[in-house]
Structure formats: C-alpha cells, structure tokens
Design a protein around this ligand. Structure first.
Ligand code: ZN
Length: 286
C-alpha cells in the first residue's frame, strides 16, 4: 500500500474507503488483461489496488486507463523517485543506456514497440527503464523472439561502450537476463544444434529439491563446458548483431538521449518521430 505523507488520518480514511468502493464496484477496464501478461493473481490485486489509490486521490469512483498505466509502472517496475539527485554525467549515461535498449526494441520485429523510456530512477534501484507495449499473453516463446530479447538486454551496455568507451555496473541485471535466456535456450528448450534436444536440467530445480548440485547433475564435465561455450556463442552473436543495429542508428542514439536528458521521460509517439525525421519541438502528445 501507498504511504501517505500528509499525516491526515481523516483524508487517509476517506481514500481507503474510496479504494474499497472502487474495488468492490463493477468498473470494467478493457486493457487490464493485456498490460498484465505474466502477472500472478497477487500482482493483479496489487496493480488494481494501486490504480484505485490513484483514482481515489483524485476523488474519482472509477479507474481510468491512465491509472492502470501509472500503476503498472509502479508495481511492475517500482515507484519513480523524482526526488533522488542524479549527476549530469549519470543522467547522460542512463539516457544513452536506455536509448540502446529502445533502438533495438524498435528495430527488431518480434519485440517492442517502445511504450515509454524514462531516466527517472525507480524505487527498485534502476537508474531508468525502457518499457515495451504490454504484449499479448502468448502460449509460446519462439527462438527468434528469445534471441531478440537477448539483443535488447545487451543494448544498454553496447550504447555505453559506443559513446563513452567505458562501461558501468548499471547493466548487471541486463547481463543476468541475457545469460539466463541463453542458458535456458541451450539446456531446456533444445535450441542449440550442438547440444541437441535434450533437457540438461536447471540449477533452479536442483536447488529447489535441495540436493547437492554436483551429485544430481545428469551430465559430465565435457557437456557442462559445451553448454557454457554455447551460451557464450549465443550471447556473442547477439552482441555483434545488436551492436551493428545500434551503430546504424547512431543519429537516433544521440537525438533520443538528448531528448531524454531534456524531458526525462518520453512516450511512443515522440520516440517514433525520431525515426521518421519529422522532429517537432513541441510539448508532444504524451
Ligand atoms: Zn539496461
């Protein structure tokens, strides 16, 4: 639940009552299933609760799509911390980093498009975020989509390298994600020709069962090293392709980063406009 800083118990009670009313009511929200793909029941409850709080704060008895969108950012990515002081240098690095992700979301066919790019620090400790449009709840993930997701994950670090010739620790989550996907492709989904269609088990299962890893691993050292080299090959190939795409759009990298430094957060329309060349110095639509 949101913490209220006003200290007025009465106001707090009023809002809590409104939230209860809104949640108990029959206010239908068309886009809820889409934005919440992959959410658990508890996440959905949390999302709805956040949206209801936002509505109640404006004394509305119904939830708007805007409440859902804002709540989505909050529960999905953590609350934005506008108050945190960030240096110009950090801001610039974050702007280029996020633009690296965004260009790949835009260019790759099976991921994206970009919904929001922000360099406002979030409550989860991220310096910024790039959020694609919520996707449909699809039953399967394809190999090409997984490869593209790895490429998108690497985009932030690649942009840092291109622009600053140096890298930060800010990409650790991205690297973790890219590695996890590549490893799953090789060990769980039979997507590596070299290793074939064999399930090599996952560390997670073994930890879950609580047995000693070394004793339950169903394959030998040689296979373990083959897995590692396949994971590395996938990451290296994704890295090379992603870097080429970002280099081809270096103009966008600069333009988008400058826009982010100026506005801190941009939406889909503004971002897309950078690609069509129809730049406008306006307050924009979002
Ligand atoms: Zn990143």
């Amino acid at each position: 639940m949101e913490r209220y800083d006003d200290g007025f118990a009465e106001e707090r009670q009023r809002i809590e009552r409104l939230v209860e009313e809104i949640i108990a009511g029959e206010h239908k929200i068309d886009k809820l299933p889409n934005s919440s793909a992959g959410f658990t029941g508890a996440d959905l409850e949390n999302l709805l609760n956040e949206a209801a709080i936002l509505a109640a704060k404006q004394s509305r008895r119904y939830i708007l799509q805007a409440d859902i969108d804002q709540a989505f950012v909050k529960v999905g990515i953590g609350a934005e911390k506008k108050s945190k002081v960030i240096s110009e240098k950090e801001k610039k690095i974050t702007a280029y980093h996020e633009t690296g992700h965004a260009i790949l979301f835009h260019e790759l066919p099976d991921v994206g498009p970009v919904h929001t790019i922000s360099i406002i620090p979030t409550g989860m400790g991220a310096a910024g975020y790039t959020m694609p449009l919520p996707e449909k709840d699809e039953m399967f993930n394809t190999k090409s989509k997984m490869l593209e997701t790895i490429m998108v994950s690497l985009g932030g670090r690649i942009a840092e390298e291109i622009i600053f010739g140096d890298v930060t620790t800010g990409a650790s989550q991205d690297i973790k994600q890219a590695s996890a996907i590549a490893r799953a492709m090789v060990t769980q989904y039979g997507m590596s020709e070299k290793l074939g269609m064999i399930n090599y088990g996952s560390d997670d299962d073994e930890v879950f069962i609580g047995r000693d890893l070394a004793h339950t691993r169903s394959y030998g050292e040689r296979v373990a090293s083959d897995i590692d080299s396949e994971v590395k090959r996938i990451i290296d190939e994704c890295y090379a392709k992603a870097k080429q795409i970002i280099l081809e759009h270096e103009d966008i990298l600069h333009k988008c980063s400058a826009l982010l430094i100026e506005k801190e957060k941009i939406g889909q329309a503004e971002f897309d406009r950078l690609f069509t060349g129809a730049e406008e110095k306006s307050a924009a639509t979002e």
